[in-house]
Design a protein around this ligand. Structure first.
Ligand SMILES: NC(=O)c1ccc[n+]([C@@H]2O[C@H](COP(=O)([O-])OP(=O)(O)OC[C@H]3O[C@@H](n4cnc5c(N)ncnc54)[C@H](OP(=O)(O)O)[C@@H]3O)[C@@H](O)[C@H]2O)c1
Ligand SMILES: *[C@@H]1O[C@H](CO)[C@@H](O)[C@H](O)[C@H]1NC(C)=O
Ligand SMILES: *[C@@H]1O[C@H](CO)[C@@H](O)[C@H](O)[C@H]1NC(C)=O
Length: 315
């Protein structure tokens, strides 16, 4: 009996040490104020995006929650205002699965908001069928929508420089592969959808890499991040049995959304990281990505293909 108790105590101790040293992640320690600055966070009504927006609000920023669902977004606005004591938190409609909506958002924003200092491309989906424009939803929301959004807001970011663009990617990029001849068909099985997700996150990283080249000398810098493995609503579309299988892992090993937001916050505010523009961050450090995620020829090609897909280039 005693030996069982000792064994259990050792297991718990190992778990606690592992959790706090490896799983919880490293908090952003910068105390940079964002008073007088404007920040956009996409998909800010829940999960990592909401915690990121809350932190930006606590730093005094004017924060735009760019979300697709009005009710959910307004509930988040209410919550973030209450928790931060900052009333400069507002909702603007953005559905990244519609290029028309992305353009409408940018138009409204540029008309009503004179400044933009930080754009956080956070929204993401793990599965889906087709976007309004007929593209694979996972690629459309995670990459194409943010690609267009970033382009439309770039001049304003340049006018307000120094400014930053943070794109939430994922370590799942490792398993990503881009088949340029066959981007549109959405994956059907769980595995195919996971592959589509990995591909979209690889696109995030390659986009940021190429973007940094275009932005050289502008004092606008950009970063991609892996937030860790985070317990958010991202898993809400799983089937019941998948959730049941998943639950013990989630409970034990996943980060809280607050911990998961630290990487986005870090890249938005940390002083002195400008020299790492275009790079990928995890655990509050820059990390070298695998060769397929730093292939400049593929990054260039993805840029051109994306320009065509979102209608920024007609040839
Ligand atoms: N959770 C993780 O372990 C993990 C790991 C690596 C990377 N990430 C990345 O982190 C980011 C945030 O994910 P999360 O875990 O916080 O997920 P989440 O809780 O599911 O939140 C995703 C957000 O994106 C929004 N969104 C989805 N489709 C949209 C669309 N068409 N237009 C506008 N907004 C849309 C959602 O809005 P609704 O509420 O209206 O659906 C929601 O606000 C994603 O890019 C994800 O890929 C997450
Ligand atoms: C996806 O859309 C296609 C055509 O738009 C449809 O035939 C198919 O049933 C849809 N699949 C799912 C899983 O909804
Ligand atoms: C999505 O998955 C389908 C089916 O496996 C594949 O044909 C397509 O190329 C994938 N698209 C992306 C963007 O990963």
């Amino acid at each position: 009996m005693v030996s069982y108790i000792v064994a259990a105590a050792i297991l718990v101790a190992i778990y606690v040490v592992t959790y706090y040293n490896f799983l919880k992640g490293i908090p952003c320690r910068s105390d940079t104020s964002l008073r007088g600055k404007t920040v956009i966070v996409t998909g800010a009504n829940t999960g990592i995006g909401k915690e990121t927006a809350l932190d930006m609000a606590r730093r005094g920023a004017r924060v735009i929650l760019a979300c697709r669902n009005k009710e959910r977004a307004e509930a988040a606005v209410f919550d973030i205002r209450r928790k931060s004591g900052n009333n400069q938190v507002i909702f603007m409609h953005l559905d990244l699965a519609s290029l028309k909506s992305v353009r409408a958002f940018a138009e409204t924003f540029l008309k009503s908001e004179p400044q933009l200092h930080v754009l956080i491309n956070n929204a993401g989906v793990g599965s889906g069928n087709k976007t309004v424009d007929g593209y694979n939803t996972v690629l459309g929301v995670n990459h194409l929508g943010h690609f267009l959004l970033t382009h439309l807001l770039l001049d304003r970011l340049k006018q307000c420089a120094p400014s930053r663009i943070v794109t939430v990617a994922s370590m799942m990029y490792r398993f990503g592969k881009i088949d340029f001849s066959n981007l549109n068909p959405p994956g059907k099985s769980f595995i195919q959808q996971m592959r589509n997700y990995s591909c979209s996150k690889l696109c995030n990283i390659l986009f940021v890499r190429e973007l940094a080249n275009c932005l050289e000398g502008t004092k606008v810098t950009c970063y991609s991040v892996h937030p860790g493995v985070v317990n958010t609503e991202a898993f809400r579309y799983m089937k019941f049995w998948q959730k049941m299988l998943f639950f013990p892992f989630v409970a034990l090993f996943f980060r809280t959304p607050t911990d998961g937001a630290q990487m986005s916050i870090y890249c938005a505010v940390q002083e002195g990281i400008e020299k790492f523009s275009g790079r990928y961050f995890t655990n509050c450090k820059v990390q070298e990505v695998l060769p397929h995620a730093r292939d400049d020829a593929v990054a260039r090609k993805l840029w051109e293909v994306s320009e065509r897909m979102v209608g920024l280039r007609s040839y």
